[in-house]
Design a protein around this ligand. Structure first.
Ligand code: FAD
Ligand code: N01
Length: 540
């Protein structure tokens, strides 16, 4: 530490909240530049998302060779993934390996929730308090709290009256759940539901799915990895990762066609368009939306993709009435695209039924079931696959106060305001990893996490070298950035539905599009800011 640090006697240079990919890499990076750091984690182990989301079928849908850390050549060469889309246990084993490999565990306090983080103007230090009764003083606080870590439990009347067990996919019991012989309600049809319903249906006596908005899902075509292909990737891993960082979403660089070289969906004939969608459908995965260059910009182009998926649903689902109910009529990709294994086909099973709650919402949960339109669907267990208070939820649940005691919640009362998604004016030395206003959830999150951690690391190293005490986003830079993020989002079709990207899934949450589309331009901007001696930030 530089001896001219103005913070008198901090306990530690950095407090990092969260021990998912972001918190772990931040700890490693801080230690790498000689800073002391402590991670506080609510869970009993590392892994974040992959520690909590243990529901049947939980997997990533960015391929494993890409959904993995790229900062260490030996790590990426040594680790052997088994599948194209690994399961939650395999990803958790990987994160455990990372924690052990880089000796990170001694820097983490588990089973401890951060309740507050307050900035003291006089000493320019943060005090972080935990539910364990500890107060930790630090120069910096890094919120690695996750974009999808604050579970959203809908306020349905009678929720606590239900006599049987209830589960949220994001807080799944570690010992697993045996649904054999049970009638199960699943509320929600987003990615978590789409992954879990086929497996729950294989076990349960009956599954009743309560659908408010039908989802678009493209097949995963998951498979074991081909050792030859893995070897080829590893031979060229650095360039391969660089190509991924050069795509809008931070993955798929090797199969990418430059968006400028892709045609519009409207400039090809029907047969060519159908063939191109078929090719993507057969390849499987999220790159379906990369078939044409205007699917997220032009409603007419988007509708060709939407109609293609609807035609697939009609092909797969035997009962035309059920197929119709499962078919979305919204913009495909407006809500995050789901990647499925047998989801639509599950509705051909005799033990699966679909209840449409779009027009008549769930009235209440009773002692014995879920009541819709006056009829009770009797069940033995309820699964809430109802998602998360995304991007701001985990931060909102902490009492964060900046200069003059300003609560972050108050500053963000009309929606999140950040500069680069990294900092908030009025909150010096506080950083958010993959915060609102950065590409985060629109990308391969590992790529975004690594970029954020490395950017913060370089800034902290620079501050430490020259004795800078505080860094704070300027008000003007923040206002311009927020306007820019809104302007970029306005160019897209992301406003065309009630998604969690907009906060629309949480009653009362301001409706603001939170992530920024486009990883390469964003990264270039962050690099430019750093090269211009952190333009838009005040270093004092
Ligand atoms: P997290 O992994 O969410 O970790 C945050 C940690 O902070 C948690 O452990 C939490 O307990 C802790 N925390 C929060 N608040 C506090 C507090 N107050 N005190 C103490 N600890 C706290 N992304 C992709 O790119 N590709 C995918 O295929 C993909 N699949 C996903 C599948 C599921 C089921 C889910 C839910 C998300 C998926 N994501 C995916 C997004 C995923 O969240 C990120 O990829 C990544 O794991 C986030 O890492 P993180 O460290 O930023 O946050
Ligand atoms: O949550 P969601 P999720 N009554 O918000 C419904 C990542 N992820 O956990 O759409 C009835 O998508 C809600 O309905 P509606 C990924 O980024 C990835 O599934 O709001 N229904 C919706 O259908 C993903 O996007 C994977 O009308 C109610 C569902 O609950 C994100 O995490 C796997 C309701 C919630 O869907 C979140 O996914 C899992 C109510 N009162 C997660 N309240 C991969 O495959 C909510 N709903 C990589």
């Amino acid at each position: 530490m530089n001896s001219s640090s103005p913070a008198p006697d901090p306990d530690v240079d950095l407090v990092i909240v969260g021990a998912g990919f972001a918190g772990l890499y931040m700890l490693h990076a801080a230690r790498g530049i000689g800073l002391s750091a402590r991670v506080i984690e609510a869970g009993s182990g590392v892994g974040g998302t992959w520690y909590w989301n243990r529901y049947p079928g939980a997997r990533c849908d960015v391929p494993s060779m890409e959904y993995s850390l790229g900062f260490d050549e030996d790590l990426q060469r040594d680790w052997e993934w088994t599948e194209r889309y690994p399961t939650q246990p395999e990803i958790l084993r990987y994160i455990d390996h990372v924690a052990d490999r880089f000796d990170l565990r001694d820097g983490i306090t588990f089973d401890t929730r951060v309740q507050a983080a307050h900035f003291d103007d006089a000493t320019a230090a943060w005090t972080t308090t935990t539910d364990g009764g500890e107060s930790i003083r630090s120069r910096f606080v890094v919120m690695a709290t996750g974009c999808l870590s604050a579970a959203n439990l809908p306020q349905i009347a009678g929720r606590d009256d239900f006599a049987g067990p209830t589960y949220h996919t994001g807080h799944w019991p570690h010992e697993g759940v045996d649904f054999t012989g049970k009638r199960v309600a699943v509320i929600g049809t987003g990615s978590s539901a789409i992954q879990s319903i086929p497996l729950i249906a294989e076990q349960a006596t009956h599954v009743t799915v309560f659908q408010r908005t039908p989802a678009y899902a493209v097949p995963a075509h998951n498979k074991p990895l081909d050792p030859d292909e893995v070897a080829r990737i590893k031979d060229d891993y650095v360039d391969w990762r660089a190509a991924a960082r050069d795509t809008t979403t931070g993955f798929g660089g090797h199969i990418r066609t430059d968006p400028e070289e892709l045609p519009s969906a409207l400039e090809v004939d029907d047969e060519t368009r159908r063939r191109m969608y078929e090719e993507r459908w057969e390849a499987g995965g999220l790159t379906f939306l990369g078939a044409f260059n205007d699917l997220l910009f032009s409603p007419e182009a988007n509708d060709t993709a939407a109609e293609f998926v609807r035609s697939k649903i009609r092909d797969i689902v035997e009962d035309p009435e059920v197929a119709e109910r499962l078919s979305p009529d919204t913009v495909v990709g407006c809500k995050r695209l789901c990647v499925d294994t047998g989801y639509y086909a599950t509705f051909n099973r005799d033990n699966v039924s679909l209840v449409d709650v779009s027009a008549t919402p769930i009235d209440r949960i009773t002692r014995t079931g879920v009541e819709v339109d006056g009829a009770v669907h009797e069940v033995d267990a309820i699964v809430f696959a109802t998602g998360f208070d995304a991007m701001t939820g985990a931060l909102d649940r902490i009492d964060i106060r900046g200069r003059g005691g300003l609560p972050l919640k108050e500053k963000w009362s009309a929606g999140p305001l950040t500069y680069l998604g990294l900092q908030v004016h009025g909150f010096p030395n506080l950083f958010t990893i993959t915060g609102p206003g950065s590409p985060s959830v629109l990308t391969n999150m590992i790529v975004s996490i690594e970029q954020h951690v490395e950017w913060i690391r370089d800034l902290l190293a620079r501050m430490d070298a020259d004795g800078t005490g505080t860094v704070e986003a300027d008000a003007d830079a923040e206002a311009e950035w927020v306007a820019y993020v809104n302007a970029v989002a306005e160019l897209t079709l992301f406003h065309g539905c009630s998604s969690w990207y907009l906060g629309a899934n949480v009653p009362g949450k301001p409706r603001v599009f939170m992530p920024l589309p486009g990883f390469p331009d964003y990264k270039a901007k962050c690099d430019e800011v750093a090269a211009a001696d952190y333009e838009g930030f005040s270093l004092a």
